[in-house]
Write a protein that binds this ligand. Structure first.
Ligand SMILES: Cc1ncc(COP(=O)(O)O)c(C=O)c1O
Length: 426
């Protein structure tokens, strides 16, 4: 047993009010994202949307998304979410082939796990490749490494260029006869840059292999940025050769946690994701993604977010978040000694010291966190990371002020810790 003390299961259940009191007390130690000082993990479209999400979650708190025959409304919502995501990502464009299909998953990681597993199964069953390889940049999300580990696929990581994007030629050089899929990110999590998807997809076509675009972060942002005339970089099914795309509704779709979409260009490819078995006394069992029982609340909340925010709402949220990201970037670059890594076109960015000998950006991060800001750290090179969303836009000017003060305050002092843990390790 873990030696960390835990609250024991009470012999007699606690009264409702007492339980809620304890929950609220525990929550005191958490980041208060409502104040707009959290630049990671949370995406907020404001109180009104949040209240709607809470109502939708509670409306479906008991239903089970495993069986849409029992709860047909969950099947309807799921279909609406997948179809609308597909439309955003070019599925209705004649260039897509008109046969895009997909499924809901619990998040970006599960979508990427599914994309890699589907590619592995295509490799094994259709092409006789026993130990398939996936080639991805070192900036592609850690979930690709997880997928390779889970599914016995070899992941070949390729270095990014000085602009933190991967070069399609570098990916090509890493491909072998066992390569089944190449990956591009739109954008990458670490630096918020968009890989050259058209070149990567062309490489995939040339080699007759699959091409996954990880748009977990950008799936609900880049289409609106494009519509606003602020981005001119194709990344979705309009690009020939892109065979699958992941897009998280729980990021810039501003939904509650627990909903992502994995889309495939063709029906045949999408069908490879399905799991079915008859070897069980429980009857014919089929599921579309990893989980069996699935919480229906997040599906209802995602549906509610899409329907309530609508196209105009997403355009406005995107404009707000992007304006704030532009001003954060300008603010960072106006501070002596700081630089933004690469040229991120959207709302995600990493920044650090121009000269790490003169300034320790982690020491700056420590000062910012003392001041109540929450930004992730990453290394190679040491950087702070900011995901700007509509709910944090209003605080950006204060963040810039505090950042300027933190840099002056820190001077040449070094950080007490160089830890960059993102996630959970115990
Ligand atoms: C580009 C990208 N892909 C995948 C993921 C994984 O998503 P999740 O944390 O929802 O599993 C993230 C998360 O930030 C991401 O930014």
């Amino acid at each position: 047993m873990d030696t960390f003390p835990h609250t024991p299961l009470p012999r007699h259940g606690l009264p409702r009010d007492e339980v809620l009191k304890q929950l609220l007390a525990m929550k005191q130690g958490d980041q208060d994202w409502r104040g707009g000082r959290v630049f990671s993990l949370v995406y907020s479209a404001g109180d009104e949307v949040h209240e709607l999400l809470q109502e939708a979650l509670s409306l479906y708190s008991a239903e089970n998304g495993l069986n849409v025959l029992a709860f047909p409304s969950i099947g309807i919502m799921q279909h609406d979410i997948v179809c609308n995501t597909a439309t955003l990502l070019g599925a209705d464009d004649p260039g897509s082939g008109g046969a895009v299909e997909g499924y809901l998953t619990s998040g970006g990681t599960e979508s990427l796990l599914q994309a890699v597993k589907t590619a592995r199964d295509v490799a094994r069953h259709d092409r006789g490749i026993e130990r398939p390889q996936v080639v991805a940049a070192e900036s592609a999300h850690a979930a690709f490494t997880k997928a390779a580990d889970y599914f016995d696929v070899e992941l070949i990581r390729v270095p990014v260029g000085p602009d933190f994007r991967v070069d399609a030629d570098a990916l090509a050089d890493a491909c072998t006869d066992d390569t089944i899929m190449v990956v591009g990110s739109a954008p990458t999590y670490p630096h918020g840059v968009i890989d050259p998807i058209t070149d990567i997809a062309a490489l995939a076509r040339e080699r007759g292999i699959l091409c996954h675009v990880d748009a977990c972060m950008g799936g609900f942002l880049l289409p609106f940025l494009t519509e606003l005339g602020r981005l001119d970089e194709p990344f979705d099914f309009r690009v020939e050769g892109v065979t699958s795309i992941s897009a998280d509704v729980h990021k810039y779709g501003y939904a509650s946690k627990g909903v992502s979409v994995i889309l495939y260009r063709t029906h045949e490819l999408a069908r490879k994701q399905l799991f079915m078995t008859t070897d069980w006394l429980g009857g014919f069992y089929a599921s579309t993604a990893m989980a069996g029982t699935r919480p229906a609340g997040p599906i209802a909340a995602a549906w509610a977010a899409l329907m309530h925010i609508g196209q105009d709402g997403y355009l406005e949220l995107t404009r707000t978040a992007h304006d704030a990201a532009l001003s954060l970037r300008a603010g960072i670059e106006s501070i002596d000694g700081l630089t933004v890594r690469g040229d991120p076109p959207g709302t995600v960015m990493a920044f650090g010291a121009r000269d790490p000998e003169l300034l320790d950006i982690f020491a700056v991060g420590e000062k910012l966190s003392e001041d109540g800001w929450y930004l992730d750290r990453q290394n190679r090179p040491d950087s702070l990371h900011a995901t700007v969303h509509a709910g944090s836009a209003a605080t950006v000017p204060y963040l810039i002020d505090d950042l300027r003060r933190a840099v002056a305050h820190v001077g040449s002092a070094r950080a007490t810790s160089r830890d960059t843990t993102y996630g959970q390790s115990h």
